[in-house]
Design a protein around this ligand. Structure first.
Ligand code: 17E
Ligand code: FE2
Length: 422
């Protein structure tokens, strides 16, 4: 396959890209088509590595309102509603809903997903279904599965057995929820258990950590310290960490030292946490998101995740990482020209480090031939217009393409096509 006339980030020239046997073969100017080669016209749009969804709950997608709506908008009511919905889970229910959401993700240029799957269920129905779906879709999307104990490990009957069983079934990552355990001690013990299992089974770690507006919720320091001391370091991710939005600056200054030393990754979920947090405040009302701008400035790896699509925690969403980024830039006040112009990394390169796939990620000769073509030629333009993903190409095969809409206006006695939306 030959893709003609592409812009590449940070480069002035126009490039052609040849993918052969599923691999980036040549990236150069003016490549001559070979006999019988498939040709795609890039129209001077930006070629970019595929978007990454580093944090979603695919087992819960598309269940909002079942059996009831989350009326308070809190994390806690979401957990209660899901607890009731769990009674109706079947293998096919999980697979059908997750597959529908994955198709939306593919249409939006996502090719790598890390999904949390609730394992506080004695039958592990969702885990078994997601492991099967991961295998079925592996040509089109790479899925990492987190064994996520939604109702706690030490606070849930047989929690530690269920999480270990999930690893034996094939989960890739260990999850946790220390701030939701009954006691602080259980929270710390749950982190210790996660680390010992990660070492035993050679797995990654991604913990829902301090997702609460309680400035006393300080499991992040424990997670980072264990990551540092065990040497698991960048194999560890802290998701949400919304309490960091409530920590005082003196404590946060001290905390950042171990965060930096630990080399752990962060996932901020701005769409969902701007909605779930601050719910116990009147006014002033906290934003309840982690300190993305400051983490990034300290060269600590941080990326953005969607978290939910139409489920007990979030009533909207269509799997579009540009919407996530758009919200993230606003909520984290990263709206300077340079911030906006260098922001696609929060849904691509930075996320690849979180997933530990950075070595084979990116448009580079010799890497797997995975890219998207966006309807725009720089980060700024693409976010402002929330561009369509014109093509998503995986191992040299088109897995989605979109024809952008056209809009006509009729004013001043003339009809005109305008290009405000991509
Ligand atoms: N569960 C949880 O503990 N936190 C969340 N944000 C979601 C599920 C979506
Ligand atoms: Fe989450």
């Amino acid at each position: 396959m030959l893709i003609k006339n592409l812009k590449l980030k940070g480069k002035k020239d126009v490039y052609d890209i040849r993918i052969k046997d599923g691999i980036f073969h040549e990236i150069s100017n003016n490549l001559i088509p070979l006999k019988n080669e498939d040709i795609i016209e890039g129209n001077f749009n930006l070629a970019h590595p595929p978007f990454i969804e580093p944090h979603i709950h695919l087992d819960t997608v598309l269940t909002a309102g079942e059996p009831s709506w989350n009326k308070s908008g809190t994390l806690f009511e979401g957990i209660q509603v899901w607890n009731k919905r769990k009674n109706f889970l079947t293998h096919e229910d999980i697979k059908n809903r997750a597959k529908k959401a994955i198709k939306w993700q593919i249409a939006n240029g996502i090719q790598f997903v890390r999904t949390h799957v609730d394992i506080t269920d004695k039958n592990l129905t969702a885990m078994k279904a997601m492991i099967e779906l991961k295998e079925e879709l592996k040509e089109s999307i790479e899925i990492q599965i987190v064994a996520f104990p939604q109702e706690g490990i030490l606070s849930y009957p047989n929690g530690s057995e269920l999480i270990e069983e999930s690893l034996k079934l094939g989960a890739d990552v260990l999850g946790g929820i220390p701030h939701f355990e009954f006691t602080r001690e259980y929270g710390v013990q749950s982190i210790d258990l996660i680390f010992s299992l990660a070492e035993k089974y050679n797995k990654l770690i991604d913990v829902h950590c301090d997702e609460i507006d309680d400035e006393q919720s300080r499991f992040l320091e424990v997670l980072a310290t264990r990551a540092y001391e065990t040497g698991l370091k960048n194999k560890v991710t802290a998701s949400h960490t919304t309490a960091m939005g409530s920590y005082n600056d003196a404590y946060t200054y001290k905390l950042f030292r171990i965060l930096k030393m630990s080399e752990i990754n962060f996932v901020c979920n701005p769409l969902v946490n701007i909605h779930l947090q601050g719910r116990f405040d009147t006014y002033p009302k906290r934003r309840g998101v982690t300190r993305v701008k400051e983490l990034n400035k300290s060269s600590i790896n941080v990326c953005f995740g969607h978290d939910d699509i139409f489920d007990p925690w979030y009533p909207l969403g269509s799997g579009n990482m540009l919407e996530v980024l758009h919200m993230g830039l606003h909520v984290c006040q990263m709206m300077g020209y340079d911030d906006i112009n260098d922001s696609l990394k929060f849904i691509s390169h930075n996320s690849s480090k979180t997933l530990n796939i950075q070595d084979s990620y990116g448009i580079k000769e010799g890497n797997p031939g995975n890219l998207i073509i966006l309807n725009g030629n720089n980060d700024y333009d693409i976010i402002q217009k929330r561009s369509s993903v014109l093509y998503s190409i995986r191992n040299g095969k088109i897995i989605s393409n979109t024809i952008p809409s056209k809009t006509f206006i009729n004013i001043d006695n003339k009809s005109e096509e305008i290009n405000f939306k991509k």
